[in-house]
Design a protein around this ligand. Sequence first.
Ligand SMILES: [Zn+2]
Ligand SMILES: [Zn+2]
Length: 247
Amino acid sequence: MEIFLFIVAHWYLSLFAQSFFHHRYSAHQMFTMPKWVEKFFFVFSFVAQGSSYMSPKVYGALHRLHHIHADKEEDPHSPKFSSNFVKLMVKTYHKFAGIQSGEIKVDDAISQNLPDWKWFDKMAGSLIVKILWGLFYVYFYYLFATEWWMYLFIPAHIVMGPIHGTVVNWFAHKIGYTNYKVEDTSKNLMPFDIFMLGEGYHNNHHAQGNKANFARKWYEIDPIYPIIRLMDFVGLIKLNPVAISKG
Ligand SMILES: [Zn+2]
Ligand SMILES: [Zn+2]
C-alpha cells in the first residue's frame, strides 16, 4: 500500500510542478507571482521532481522553441523527427542539457522573463543530488516493498519528469482527437484527463497557447485550472488577463 501511494503521490506532485510552474508559469507566463512564491515553487519542484528536477529556466526556453517550431526541424522534440519515443526522450535530454550548459544558444527574445535561481538550479540538477534522490527511492522501497517486482518501479521514479514530458511530446502528438485545426500534429489525448492534470489537452493548448484553462468542451476538465483561479483569488499569483480572456 505504501508503495502504491508513493507512486501515485510522486506521479501527481511531479506533474503538478511541471504543469503549473514550468509550463504555465515559466514558459507561458499565464500568471505572475511574487519572488517568495516563485522561490517556494522552485523548492516544491525540487522535492516533487526529485532526481528528475528540471531547471524552470531551461524548460521554459526549450518549451517556447517547441511552440514556435512545432513539428518543424528546429522543434526540440517532434515525433516527426524521431523514430520512437525513447529516441525522442534522449534527443530532448540532449537539447535540454545543451541549453543548460550554454552549448546551444537561445535568442534573448526566447529567454525573456524566465525564472532564474542559478545556485539552486545548479545544486538541484547536480549529479550527486540526483544520486542521493535515487538512493532515497531505493531506501523507501527497501522499507516498504512487499514483493520483489515492486522494485521494477524505481526507474520510473528516477525519470518521472521526462516520462510526463514524453507522454505529451510523443503521444499527444500521435494519438487522440482534435478540437482545433492547427499547423502541427498536436492532439487531445483523452476526453477526461485525470492522468495528466489537463496537459493531455495538447491540441487545445497548441491552438491557444496563452490560455490558462486547457479544457474547452463541456466534458473536458483541467484539474489545475481551478487551483490557479483559487491562487489568483487569494493573491498568491496574478493571472495575466490574456490567459482568462474569451476567444
Ligand atoms: Zn506540443
Ligand atoms: Zn505550452
